[in-house]
Design a binder for this molecule. Structure first.
Ligand code: D5M
Ligand code: FE
Ligand code: ZN
Length: 500
């Protein structure tokens, strides 16, 4: 029996149908189809879903296989006859999420350290990184002048490199003290100059950094920081698709809330079906989470809900979304108001996946990376922006782009652990930004803003919910009812406002 037949029988025995398109797709693949089907069936079992196996399920498994056990075929989707509009799902955490019974964060932070070290390894200084234990040993030897020769002692005292996670930051009268931790130990290090103190103000706890340090000449116990090296994204020329085509970026619908702007949202959907010249060029729509308002998310929310049944909220949202023209491909990720676990990374909204009229949708996890006509787009709801805005001086909810830059600089979507954003103890840190995105799309703060950082277009796509009472008391002034359009050909953006 061939492996496709074995895979099919396996699925059927477990009670799963394979959609005919998915079957045809499987046949076209040159990789371990048994393993793919087994992964999907196991995941569906875990989420207690009896829905048929679809093409998107297969693509998700292929694109999330990091161990390379499945030979990665090229998975592109043509959505027009001319074959020039296509997309790939580069990363979706849904089938990699595995931490349900795990409470151990050691592996997560170890993975963060290792993955970010790999990112730092393109910098020439990284070759000089020494383990913290080694640095401490050298300091002790140096204190007793027992280093082999004066030269070695001088060099060590003058400059050494370490890399690790920032465990604490203390602003003192004349300086800032950081504690940095790698797999061998931790040491306090001090920023003394104005420039370094300034730079240190924008770093956040638990992010990975590389530091150049020297041993203080005055007190041979203290390490002084000479340079802070962020993992950062490199200055780059973003990929452009070559031809003019648009992606529409939106987020934070909050269907079910009294404040959901249904009229404006319906106008947006109708506009997508109009014969506007721009609309004819919109090929993709990205929705960055908070599809519904959920229940029990913030104090006294029930008084602000039209519908206190989450399933009703979801099917109402699906009924609106299915009116998006089928010629557009839609990518949809969950946010902190949507059903499912709150901790990052979040799995795809499986309830929506089973909604048949959404056949032009890729319903994927948070965060996800998609490639649209060669342009790499990172989608993230943006929960961690709360923590970044709360801890970095000078940031505010009205300017989310600055906070999104901090995430790019730290090459992590949610560096701060233990504040408002829950993070799950996965054995791999899927929030490290391995790839440099051409477009970084988030929502959550309900304020639209566009910016650019080192070649990456940064978009916060606002909301479709008017200011809630809660936001009013928090002093948050949203700018809802706006869609951000990005021309994938030139990576230029503009706003389309549906307020009247
Ligand atoms: O978040 C909508 C906006 O409200 C966003 O700017 C964050 C802010 N927000 C949400 N919860 C809180 C709390 N607890 N304190 C301060 N600010 C908050 P959304 O996810 O849509 O509710
Ligand atoms: Fe929201
Ligand atoms: Zn949110």
């Amino acid at each position: 029996m061939d492996s496709i037949s074995i895979a099919l029988i396996y699925a059927i025995n477990k009670g799963y149908q394979v959609h005919p398109d998915a079957f045809a797709f499987l046949k076209s693949l040159d990789c371990d189809v048994e393993k793919i089907i087994k992964t999907i069936v196991d995941a569906k079992n875990k989420f207690k879903k009896k829905s048929p196996i679809l093409i998107d399920d297969i693509k998700n498994v292929i694109s999330s296989d990091v161990n390379g056990q499945i030979d990665e075929p090229v998975i592109t989707n043509s959505i027009t006859d001319s074959n020039d509009e296509n997309y790939k799902i580069i990363f979706d955490p849904t089938y990699k999420i595995n931490s349900e019974n795990d409470k151990d964060f050691f592996k997560l932070f170890d993975s963060r350290y290792r993955k970010t070290l790999k990112i730092l390894s393109i910098r020439s200084e990284s070759r000089q990184i020494r383990k913290i234990k080694h640095i401490k040993d050298l300091r002790n030897k140096s204190r007793f002048s027992s280093l082999d020769n004066e030269n070695e002692r001088g060099k060590f005292i003058d400059s050494a490199f370490v890399a690790g996670l920032i465990m604490s930051k203390r602003n003192r009268k004349n300086d800032v003290e950081l504690v940095i931790d790698d797999t061998t130990g931790s040491i306090p290090v001090v920023c003394k100059t104005r420039d370094l103190i300034n730079e240190a103000s924008s770093l956040v706890l638990d992010q990975m950094l590389m530091l150049e340090i020297s041993l203080s000449k005055r007190n041979s116990n203290d390490f002084v920081i000479k340079d802070i090296i962020f993992p950062d994204i490199p200055e780059h020329v973003a990929a452009k698709s070559g031809t003019e085509s648009y992606v529409a970026l939106i987020s934070d619908l909050h269907v079910g809330s009294k404040y959901f702007m249904e009229n404006e949202f319906n106008d947006f959907i109708s506009w997508l079906s109009s014969d506007d010249e721009i609309v004819s060029k919109i090929k993709f729509v990205c929705i960055a989470g908070d599809i519904v308002d959920g229940i029990g998310i913030y104090p006294n929310q029930d008084k602000e809900l039209i519908d206190i049944n989450i399933n009703k909220q979801m099917s109402y949202a699906a009924a609106l979304l299915q009116k998006i023209p089928k010629r557009m491909h839609v990518f949809l990720i969950p946010g902190n108001h949507d059903p499912g676990r709150r901790a990052l990374p979040q799995t795809a909204l499986t309830d929506l996946r089973d909604f048949q009229p959404l056949e032009n949708f890729s319903i994927i996890g948070n965060p996800s990376i998609v490639e649209l006509n060669k342009v790499k787009l990172l989608m993230f709801h943006g929960q961690s922006l709360d923590d970044v805005i709360a801890t970095v001086p000078g940031l505010s909810y009205s300017k989310p782009v600055e906070a999104m830059k901090i995430l790019l600089k730290s090459r992590h979507l949610s560096p701060i652990y233990g504040n408002r954003t829950p993070i799950a103890p996965e054995s791999e840190d899927m929030l490290v930004m391995d790839d440099v995105p051409d477009i970084f799309h988030a929502g959550h703060v309900h304020t639209t803003e566009v910016g650019r950082y080192k070649g990456t277009l940064i978009v916060n796509s606002g909301a479709w919910q008017k200011q809630t009472k809660f936001q009013q008391t928090m002093g948050i002034n949203p700018t809802p009812g706006i869609c951000i359009l990005v021309d994938l050909g030139r990576l230029q953006s503009f706003k389309k406002d549906f307020n009247y």
